[in-house]
Design a protein around this ligand. Structure first.
Ligand code: GDP
Length: 456
């Protein structure tokens, strides 16, 4: 394994102007590096300062010139985020100060940290399991209040604890079966077999329940891919703007102006939509618009939810019929727009879609009902905080574990040889170990942490 104890440094707060900006260090020479670039006001170097005490002082550049007045704190191994000696310099949040400060740390012996390297070290040094480490990236990326809470729960080990319970019960079974294999003369008592079957069936149930949270849980992290469709002038762009609360698309009364598709994240209630506003659906000779119509069809194909907009102030026509036809077979909410104007018989044509909502992009009327309908169509799993499986890699590992546990149970019930049960139970443990990081190949670890930002 590579040497992970060399000293790394990074800007932890991103490259934007802010009130405070943080430089972060980890590794065996951290405190020596900090002593070269930071002079506490009280004259006592950080090497003689106790852990987690915030010291005020001067940050110096490579020439020893003053760069900033800032705060510094150190946490020595093993009681730190990474398990190594670490330090933080809390500077003024100027990207230039931070860049020069970082250069100064490099000159003093640190090197640039790679993406996710701090958290990777925390994992490798046993400060957190892999599911918690992955939650660090999730909490940073979270776009809804629920996504934050779920990631925080996982950070706190919610998934780890659930998986570990199953892992421990499988360990017991494997230990017993190994003993049976080692002493073939010893029979397994029927009551023991029944107890193993119960344990395996309980493990299968737990893992399936966890996997079930993933089916709906995916939308928590990524949002629901949603297509906003309708004939020209139905009010798609106006609705998008109403949902966003600001003008994103150009709204005009000339049909066919939304020629390209626009993608936006919209937080509707507590549900995140990844919304694509498409060109109006209608036959056209115009080449540019033809492309747009094609994109509309593609957007509907790719979407998990279609918001189909109809103009409630105009008579139902062939174009509406075409929109309706495209929505068949999709999860769809029909929006009868312009409810602020006198209404025609439009909703009556939409009964087959099930979910129909009268709205006005102009006044905002009906958007609350729309929000409730979306939440009803995409309910979040009723799992405890932190126990919604949002991570694809983890779900895939759980899925393999379920298959193996289920195979172990069948082997046990059909009276197969103990080694058949053992092989499957061990395969399940291996899959769960990938989730928590108990047994995981280095290249997979590298791939996981490369999706982190630098400084995390
Ligand atoms: P799109 O072609 O489907 O994107 O439609 P637009 O959003 O560009 O809207 C077409 C026209 O209908 C514009 O003149 C809008 O101001 C108008 N419009 C959109 N929504 C409403 C609404 O709820 N009420 C009223 N009265 N007019 C609307």
């Amino acid at each position: 394994m590579a040497d992970y104890s060399d000293t790394i440094a990074a800007i932890a707060t991103g490259g934007v102007i802010s009130a405070v900006g943080i430089l972060r260090l980890s590794g065996k020479d951290t405190i020596a590096v900090v002593d070269k670039v930071f002079r506490p006001l009280n004259g006592r170097p950080m090497s003689q300062t106790e852990d987690r005490k915030l010291m005020f002082g001067s940050l110096l550049d490579e020439e020893g010139e003053l760069l900033d007045l800032c705060l510094c704190t150190v946490s020595r191994a093993p009681h730190s985020y990474t398990g190594e000696d670490t330090a933080e310099l809390q500077c003024h949040g100027s990207p230039m100060v931070l860049r020069l400060g970082l250069q100064s740390l490099f000159a003093a012996g640190a090197r640039q940290a790679l993406a996710g390297e701090f958290t990777k070290r925390a994992f490798l040094n046993g400060r957190m399991d892999l599911s918690s480490a992955e939650a660090v990236a999730d909490i940073i990326d979270a776009e809804t209040p629920m996504a934050v809470r779920n990631a925080a729960g996982q950070l706190n080990g919610a998934i780890f604890r659930r998986v570990q319970l199953v892992y421990d019960s499988l360990t017991d079974i494997c230990a017993h079966f190994h003993a049976v294999l080692d002493y073939p003369d010893e029979d397994i008592e029927p009551f023991e077999l029944a107890a193993y079957a119960d344990t395996l069936s309980g493990a299968e149930k737990d893992l399936r329940a966890l996997l079930e949270t993933h089916r709906r849980g995916r939308v928590l992290d990524r949002g629901i891919p949603t297509a906003l469709v309708g004939k020209p002038n139905a009010g798609k762009s106006s609705l998008l703007n109403a949902l966003l609360g600001y003008d994103r698309a150009i709204v005009t009364s000339v049909p066919g102006t939304t020629r390209d598709t626009i993608s936006e994240r919209v937080l509707l209630g507590s549900t995140l939509l990844r919304l694509t506003d498409t060109a109006g659906l209608h036959d056209t000779a115009d080449e540019v618009e033809k492309l747009g119509v094609e994109r509309t069809r593609e957007a509907i194909e790719a979407a998990e939810l279609v918001l189909a907009v109809f103009d409630g102030s105009r008579d139902w026509d062939g174009e509406d019929e075409e929109v309706l036809a495209l929505c068949r077979g999709k999860e769809c909410i029909a929006l009868v727009n312009k409810s602020d104007l006198p209404q025609r018989e439009v909703a009556a044509h939409l009964a087959e879609l099930g979910r129909v909502c009268a709205v006005s992009a102009l006044s905002g009327e009906g958007l609350e009902e729309l929000s409730a309908m979306v939440a009803e169509a995409f309910p979040l799993p009723s799992a405890a905080v932190g126990e919604i499986l949002t991570n694809e890699r983890q779900a895939e590992a759980v899925s393999r574990a379920v298959e193996s546990v289920s195979a172990a149970l069948s082997a046990l019930r059909s009276g197969f040889t103990p080694d058949a049960v053992l092989t499957e139970a061990e395969a399940a443990m291996a899959a769960l170990g990938e989730l928590t990081g108990q047994n995981i190949r280095e290249e997979i670890t590298n791939r996981i942490f490369s999706r982190f930002c630098v400084g995390k």
